[in-house]
Structures are given as structure tokens and as C-alpha cells.
Design a protein around this ligand. Structure first.
Ligand code: NBP
Length: 485
């Protein structure tokens, strides 16, 4: 009879799976490895896993037989039907209380469905965001597990051991919330990554076109920023990219075609924010900026015929402007995270999740692309007040945006005058100004809707009560119930 020797089974021996197995092995867990194409199991055992405690299986049945109870099986396969196929294959060999973890980039509605279906069968499902790519998987990823909470006590020792650690030693992994919460939070994480990258790119374009800085000068600015409140992985790699010279001594970055790719998780976040009615404008702009970048041929034609301002250079004190630029970047980044947390708050309401906001900030603190010192401040904000309505209401962030706002306005205004696009920096400022306005012009908008479509409006003095006005004296007094605008 096959002996149950392994602490966890892992299916999917591509880059993520192999590296996570080796990471688990380093942390003294015995892993059983399996892959659809079983020759990869043998290859892995004979090469990367040689001399380790890792064992292999050549069938799902053998894999399950080798697992200690409750069985824990983690999938790191292509998201979509491959996950459902493996769940189907696993079910006959699992028993009540066993755990299936999906660590792929699954879309959260699939995780909600899988969690519910498996719960009915007595199997505990966890959908876990895994971030940090190949290196993260090998030496410490950011892990965002959510699903059936009964599973957490069983997987926690493994997950927290293999995860990245924040500078204070805290594991970048905690329980996120119920059903699809883990994959939802991973999706928002990816959206925020889009936003952070776009902000940095806008700042780079201003430095290059508006200030005329050399690549080494730009790298110096990023190096300086990385020592302060902007300290983050993306600022650090931007510094290195700007310094990097091609074999001819010229900056390699300028030779790269300016059309951005995307795999879809930023788009998922944007679509989800529209569905939920939450203004996650910065991530939306970041996705659209990638779309616009990909219209290279159209832009090339436009560049020859559409005019811009005559003077596209900044003529003031460059040092002072660079300081303002850093402040604008910081403030816009705060807005982006505030928007991301607003979206997660709404999703939590919609699905009945109790999201661990401070834990989420900590999970992103290390191991992933958006890791930054600033996430420690977000964790503090939610630790101090777990019910915080909006990140911008936290005294630290309120003060930080208040202090930066005049520099931020100056940067956006100058960029507009110079004709340099700053969709993310400006949308963040617009959101900030919109949020701090008790009165927005939606009163006029409601009047327009009522004028042309009898959609009714409410009076400030009597909210909750629909009123219709016969604006022209020609219309009737009946209000619309089906015509949408
Ligand atoms: P891939 O996304 O390239 O997937 C390869 C694995 O999926 C192999 O084990 C392959 O088996 C299996 N697979 C495929 Br493809 N189609 C299958 C099917 N129809 N049925 C069963 N198995 C199938 O691997 P990865 O880059 O290691 O990523 C694994 C998961 O982690 C993905 O969901 C990915 O989105 C996510 N992720 C990746 C990264 C990253 O940086 N790469 C980061 C974070 C998350 P085979 O060997 O038999 O073809």
C-alpha cells in the first residue's frame, strides 16, 4: 500500500509550480509533484528536485494516496478549464475535509463557483493569489488565500513559511476572506500594479520631454526617490532600466517599441469597477493608456497632423519641479490605493466577505511587484481603524495628500500647458477634487435627465422622494420608469 508521506501535493510543473515546490522543500515540507504530461515529473525529479525530499506521482490517484490527511492539493496550472478538469479528476480520490488550493490566475467568479460547489461535496476550496513571478515563487511570493476558512489552519503553516517576509519579519500572507476573495484581491493587486507603472511612465515622459533630463539624470532622481516615501520595487527597477545602456552605449529603453502589452487582469479590475459603480479611475486610465499606446500607427499619423502647444519645455527651476513631481507621484499613488480599497470594500459588501484590509496591505508589502514602504502605512491605517471608510480619511494620508496637493496641481497644470499626457496623474487629482466637493454638478445632470426623459430627481431638502418637473410646459406630468439614460 502506498504510504502517505507528503505534507502537500502540487499539480503543474511549469515555472510557478516547480519553484513553489522547491520553496516548500527548503522550508522542510514534503511535497508530492504531479503534472498532466507525466514525463515532466520524472524530468523534475531527476534534475531540479534531485537530492531533495520531493516525491513524484504519475497519476492523480497516486498523488492523493501519497498525501497526509487532510489532503492538501495545490494547482498551478493554466487558469480556466484546466482547473475544473483537475478538480473533477481529484474528487473521486479525496474525502471530506480535504483541501484543494488553486494558485493560478483564476478569475474570481470561477473561484466563488468552485468554492460553493466543493463545499457541497465536503471539500474545502481555497483560491489563492500568488504574486512575485518566478523569483517570488522560489524565494518568497506574496500569497493571498481566500475561500473556505476551515482550510486556513491546515495550510497556514506552509503558506506563511514559504511567503515573502516584510522588513519587520511578518509573513506577506494572511487569510483574505471568503469564497473568491483571494483571487479578487489578487485581481485588484494587478490593477494597482497597472496604475503604479503608468504613473511612473508619465513622470518619466515629463522628465524626458518637459525637463530634457538625460537618462542618468532621471535615474538619479529615481534613486533619490527610492530613499524616501516612494521607496518601492517599481521605482527601484525604473532607476536600473534608465541607467541600462545598450552595446552602443545608448539607453536601451529608448529603442523599445512604445506599445504596451497586457494580459487582462487590469482590464478585469476596470470592468469590475464599472459593474460595481466604484470610480477606480486611475486603473481605468492606466488600462486605456496601454490601449492608446498600442495604436502606434494611428498615433504616428496623428503626430504629423495634430498640433500641440508651441513651447513644450519647462522653463522654470528644474530642481523645484522635480520635487513637485515626486510629490505629485506620491499623492496620485495614494489616490490609486484609496480607489482600490474602495472597490474591495464594495465587493466585500456585495458578496458578504469580511475582508482583512490591514492583512491585504501587509500581503502586498513584500514579494510582489507593488511592494513598497508605503504599504506599511496602509496597514497601520487599517490596524488603527479596521472600519476606515476611505483611506484618504486616515489622518496620515489626509495630511500627505493635503501637503502634496499644490505641487500636484502645478505638475498637472504644467504638463497640460506643455501638451504632455498625464492621464493617471490628472485623473487622480480630479478624483481627489471630486471627492472633497460636497456639491458636484450632478444636480444639473439630474435636471437634464428629468428634462429629456422624465427620470425625476430628488430635492436636497427632501432626499428619497422623487420629483418630476414639467420643464417646458409642453411635456406631461408622468415620469419614466423604463427609458434609461
Ligand atoms: P502555465 O500558465 O504556463 O501553465 C502550465 C501548466 O498548466 C502545465 O503544468 C501544463 O501541463 C498545465 N496545463 C495546461 Br497549459 N493546459 C492544461 C490542461 N488543459 N489540462 C491540464 N493541465 C494543463 O504555468 P505557469 O506560468 O507556471 O503558471 C501557473 C499558474 O500560475 C497560471 O494560472 C498563471 O496564470 C499563474 N501565475 C503565473 C505567474 C508567472 O509569473 N508565470 C505569476 C503568478 C501566477 P503540461 O505540462 O501537461 O502542458
Amino acid at each position: 500500500m502506498t504510504q502517505a508521506v507528503a505534507d502537500i501535493g502540487l499539480i503543474g510543473l511549469a515555472v510557478m509550480g516547480q519553484n513553489l515546490i522547491l520553496n516548500m522543500n527548503d522550508n522542510d515540507f514534503v511535497v508530492c509533484a504531479y503534472n498532466r504530461t507525466t514525463s515532466k515529473v520524472d524530468h523534475f525529479l531527476e534534475n531540479e528536485a534531485k537530492g531533495t525530499k520531493i516525491v513524484g506521482a504519475h497519476s492523480v490517484e497516486e498523488l492523493c494516496a501519497k498525501l497526509k490527511r487532510p489532503r492538501k492539493v495545490m494547482l498551478l496550472v493554466k487558469a480556466g478549464s484546466a482547473v475544473d478538469n483537475f478538480i473533477e479528476q481529484l474528487l473521486p480520490h479525496l474525502e471530506k475535509g480535504d483541501i484543494i488550493i488553486d494558485g493560478g490566475n483564476s478569475h474570481f467568479p470561477d473561484s466563488i463557483r468552485r468554492c460553493k460547489d466543493l463545499q457541497e461535496k465536503g471539500i474545502l476550496f481555497v483560491g489563492s493569489g500568488v504574486s512575485g513571478g518566478e523569483e517570488g515563487a522560489r524565494y518568497g511570493p506574496s500569497l493571498m488565500p481566500g475561500g473556505n476558512q476551515e482550510a486556513w489552519e491546515h495550510i497556514k503553516p506552509i503558506f506563511q513559511a514559504i511567503s515573502a517576509k516584510a522588513p519587520d519579519g511578518a509573513p506577506c500572507c494572511d487569510w483574505v476572506g471568503e469564497t473568491g476573495a483571494g483571487h479578487y484581491v489578487k485581481m485588484v493587486h494587478n490593477g494597482i500594479e497597472y496604475g503604479d507603472m503608468q504613473l511612473i511612465c508619465e513622470v518619466y515622459q515629463i522628465m524626458k520631454e518637459g525637463l530634457g533630463l538625460s537618462h542618468d539624470e532621471m535615474a538619479d532622481v529615481f534613486e533619490e526617490w527610492n530613499k524616501g516615501e516612494l521607496d518601492s520595487f517599481l521605482i527601484e527597477i525604473t532607476r536600473d532600466i534608465l541607467r541600462y545602456k545598450d552595446t552602443d552605449g545608448k539607453p536601451l529603453v529608448e529603442k523599445i517599441r512604445d506599445t504596451a502589452g497586457q494580459k487582462g487582469t487590469g482590464k478585469w479590475t476596470g470592468i469590475d469597477s464599472l459593474d460595481r459603480g466604484i470610480p477606480v479611475t486611475l486603473i481605468g486610465e492606466a488600462v486605456y493608456a496601454r490601449c492608446l499606446s498600442s495604436l502606434k500607427d494611428e498615433r504616428t499619423r496623428a503626430s504629423k497632423i495634430l498640433s500641440g502647444p508651441k513651447d513644450a519645455k519647462y522653463n522654470g527651476d528644474k530642481k523645484e519641479f522635480l520635487d513637485q513631481l515626486g510629490q505629485a507621484l506620491y499623492a496620485a499613488k495614494i489616490v490609486s490605493y484609496a480607489q482600490g480599497f474602495m472597490l474591495m470594500r464594495q465587493a466585500a459588501k456585495d458578496y458578504g466577505w469580511k475582508l482583512n484590509n490591514a492583512g491585504i496591505a501587509l500581503m502586498w508589502r513584500g514579494g510582489c511587484i507593488i511592494r513598497s514602504a508605503f504599504l506599511g502605512k496602509i496597514r497601520d491605517a487599517y490596524n488603527t481603524n479596521p472600519e476606515l471608510e476611505n483611506l484618504l480619511f486616515d489622518p496620515f494620508f489626509q495630511e500627505a495628500t493635503g501637503k502634496a496637493q499644490s505641487a500636484w496641481r502645478s505638475v498637472v497644470a504644467n504638463a497640460v500647458s506643455m501638451g504632455i499626457p498625464t492621464p493617471a496623474l490628472s485623473t487622480a487629482l480630479n478624483f481627489y477634487d471630486g471627492l472633497r466637493h460636497e456639491m458636484l454638478p450632478a444636480n444639473l445632470l439630474q435636471a437634464q435627465r428629468d428634462y429629456f426623459g422624465a427620470h425625476t430627481y430628488e430635492l436636497l431638502s427632501n432626499p428619497g422622494h422623487a420629483v418630476h418637473t414639467n420643464w417646458t410646459g409642453r411635456g406631461g406630468n408622468v415620469s419614466a420608469s423604463t427609458y434609461d439614460a
